[in-house]
Design a protein around this ligand. Structure first.
Ligand code: ZN
Length: 468
């Protein structure tokens, strides 16, 4: 250790060291270069909720460029020279959150509809997610292919900031799928842009061809709709979803499903579906289904806030109100005549939800945070994710379990190998909180700072730009 005498703190080096951090600490040339770039950052003396169920008190994270290069207790870390040191005593760091079910593009700042789906609005949606502490969002089957692929490419090159954008190719019977209001807009957008959004499935052979076309385009996920929308749409037949899933497996494309009824879940599992984008919790969702989901190694997005929050005056919640224009806040307030500050929960329904949620937890099913934000007007991005965490805890999760459902689990299931954990080698995507969410899950609202890919998200600029 030739440079040991240059270290300010001659302390034990017990922390995990990646190659990058070894170079950072011991190689003066590289060290100097990082300092010039302003790339090295030490977040010191915080409580770290790692994302895998563990907590480190009084810990520090070293960030080099966009990557976490060391994680250690304060008395174990060697402070390299020329790094920016941020003291975070009293604060808590969590991995940035992930929303595993949303629909981007249609919700603009003022209203909702196909006319909003532009490149600019999609970027605005991603920056809104970043503002709320999200590292990534999965848009479930409602995006114009070419535009979505272009956004992904631009994001990988660093041209576009915000939460990472993931999307799926949507498949359903011809001109069916999303809720009836959404469907009109998705079909209109496809017509206006000339791009494919929904792929209509007619017979197994054509369904397999559709999957091959998706694979050739490089779209990494497929979303299926298996729902009759209460008798208003044609429901996708098992022969068709089996054809899609088999072809998708052959192309290593995961298939996630929107399903209306818990009764459809066993056959979908048998066909090889990898995840349910709606839990459909309730009396029909028993211990047997939870066990079947676990045995098939599929995941469940309970997606509970969509039904609940549309009755609530969320426009009067300061956490949301600060990022929406006054007329939008009005529409989401008690003054609309449609919403209440504290809408009462139906006790029987609540009991059913708790029971089926308990089945999921007992069976150790992977539960993922997902909101369906953007699928209807007035179900806003980012904010709804924090509210879903509250519902998870209300129904029986510990705050730690809820945070895992919002970080490492969705990262694993969405192939985001460098997200969801505060560990060496992971992307430096994290949220610094003023208060500990393990004490009260609502403390995920107490956002002090958000870092994505090692860069501080300018949350104040996002708010001040809202007026434009
Ligand atoms: Zn959806």
């Amino acid at each position: 250790m030739p440079r040991i005498n240059r270290q300010r703190n001659k302390i034990r080096l017990l922390f995990e060291l990646s190659m990058a951090s070894i170079l950072l600490v011991f190689t003066p040339a590289l060290h100097a270069q990082n300092a010039v770039d302003g790339a090295a950052l030490l977040l010191q003396n915080a409580r770290l909720i790692v994302g895998d169920g563990t907590v480190l008190e009084g810990a520090s994270i070293l960030v080099n460029g966009d990557t976490i290069t060391a994680v250690a207790s304060a008395d174990e870390i060697t402070i390299p020279e020329n790094v920016s040191i941020v003291d975070l005593t009293g604060k808590t760091i969590i991995p940035a959150l992930i929303d595993a079910h949303a629909h981007l593009g249609y919700a603009g700042r003022f209203n909702w509809g196909a006319e909003n789906y532009t490149r600019e609005n999609l970027i605005d949606n991603l920056q809104r997610y970043a503002y709320f502490g999200f590292a990534a969002v999965f848009s479930a089957g409602s995006d114009p292919d070419e535009l979505a692929l272009e956004i992904q490419t631009a994001q990988r090159s660093g041209e576009i900031t915000g939460a990472r954008f993931l999307f799926a190719a949507g498949m359903a019977p011809p001109a069916q799928g999303p809720n009836n209001q959404f469907l009109v807009h998705a079909l209109r957008l496809a017509e206006v842009t000339g791009m494919t959004i929904l792929r209509g499935l007619e017979d197994p052979q054509q369904a397999r061809a559709a999957v091959r076309e998706v694979a050739a385009k490089g779209i990494p996920f497929i979303k299926l709709w298996v729902d009759d929308r209460n008798g208003t749409q044609q429901k996708l037949e098992p022969a068709l979803y089996r054809a899609v899933i088999a072809a998708a497996m052959a192309n290593e494309i995961p298939v996630f499903v929107h399903q209306q009824y818990a009764e459809d879940m066993p056959e979908l599992l048998d066909a090889g579906v990898q995840g349910f984008l709606h839990g459909r919790l309730g009396s029909a969702f028993g211990a047997d289904i939870a066990l079947a989901v676990k045995q098939a190694n599929a995941f469940v997005v309970p997606n509970l806030g969509l039904a609940e929050l549309r009755r609530e005056a969320i426009g009067e919640d300061p956490f949301l109100r600060q990022v929406i224009p006054p007329p939008v806040a009005e529409r989401l307030s008690t003054s609309s005549g449609q919403r209440q500050l504290h809408p009462p929960l139906d006790p029987a329904r609540e009991r059913e939800l708790r029971e089926s949620f308990a089945h999921l937890i007992a069976a150790e099913v992977d539960i993922l945070l997902g909101t369906d934000a953007g699928a209807i007007p007035g179900h806003p991005f980012g904010y709804t994710g924090h509210r879903e965490l509250e519902i998870f805890v209300r129904l029986g999760m510990t705050p730690m379990q809820a945070l895992i459902a919002a970080t490492s689990k969705p990262a694993q299931r969405l192939g985001l190998e460098d997200l969801g954990l505060l560990k060496v080698g992971f992307s430096a995507d994290l949220v610094i909180l003023d208060a500990n969410p393990l004490d009260d899950i609502r403390n995920t609202r107490s956002i002090y700072q958000v870092y994505l890919r090692g860069k501080l998200v300018d949350r104040e600029a996002f708010i001040s730009n809202l007026a434009n």
